[in-house]
Design a protein around this ligand. Structure first.
Ligand SMILES: Nc1nc2c(ncn2[C@@H]2O[C@H](COP(=O)(O)OP(=O)(O)OP(=O)(O)O)[C@@H](O)[C@H]2O)c(=O)[nH]1
Length: 198
């Protein structure tokens, strides 16, 4: 039986992997997420996804390890997770009434040097909303732990006028790409759980 490890502390990523039904476990990558400011969002998320996967794979070289990283890019500015409510308000202020890209890098590492990498981009357009509505949304706290300060599967969908691309990518893992990577790596799906040994 293969060991699959999700190199992530993200509850949204775990929820997406849980839906897939493949046996896996999650482990914190424990890496610094600093990258050169000269990198684009697409370049940065690929570097960071690889850094996370490599850190966990170094601890478990016989396992398969999936790492991911996500950034928002709006009018050339790169946004990550907001540290506090005021930062979240500034982030959403840049996104409302505009179109932005949310980029997710993924990296699958396996035994024997197997590596698969991809960057998935979804394009979102938000309604322009009044300040009092923005304050009400911030009060819900969905900004916490989310690049861009919104949850597309939560109340944040009321901000969304248009979405182009994979919706799961916005939540943290582009599942169409993840499934392709896992199938290309020979993962079996829909297996019955092994019977408990007497
Ligand atoms: N539920 C949800 N999460 C979102 C959404 N948009 C962004 N995120 C989360 O924002 C986070 C992006 O930050 P990252 O640095 O890539 O990941 P992280 O949360 O630090 O977790 P690690 O994988 O351990 O690095 C991820 O946890 C995404 O799941 C969304 O619309 N819904």
């Amino acid at each position: 039986m293969r060991t699959l490890i999700l190199a992530s502390t993200s509850s949204a990523r775990r929820a997406l992997m849980d839906g897939l039904g493949l046996p896996y476990r999650a482990e914190s990558p424990g890496v610094e997420e600093d990258v050169s400011p000269t990198l684009s969002a697409r370049e940065a998320v690929q570097v960071l996804a690889g850094r996370k996967a490599k850190a966990v794979h170094a601890r478990h070289p016989e396992a398969w390890v999936l790492g991911a990283d996500q950034l928002v890019e709006v009018q050339g500015e790169v946004l990550s997770k907001p540290p506090d409510r005021e930062a979240a308000k500034r982030q959403l202020g840049k996104l409302l009434g505009q179109t932005h890209d949310i980029c997710t890098g993924v990296c699958l590492l396996g035994p024997g040097g197997h590596i698969a990498e991809a960057v998935e981009v979804s394009r979102l357009t938000f309604y322009p909303v009044r300040d009092e509505e923005l304050e009400r949304y911030l009060d819900l706290g969905e900004w916490q732990g989310c690049a861009g300060s919104y949850r597309v599967e939560g109340a944040g969908q009321a901000l969304l006028a248009r979405l182009e691309g994979d919706r799961t990518n916005v939540q943290g893992l582009p599942m169409l790409t993840v499934v392709r990577m896992l199938r290309d790596a020979g993962f079996p799906f829909f297996e019955r759980p092994e019977p408990l040994k007497p």
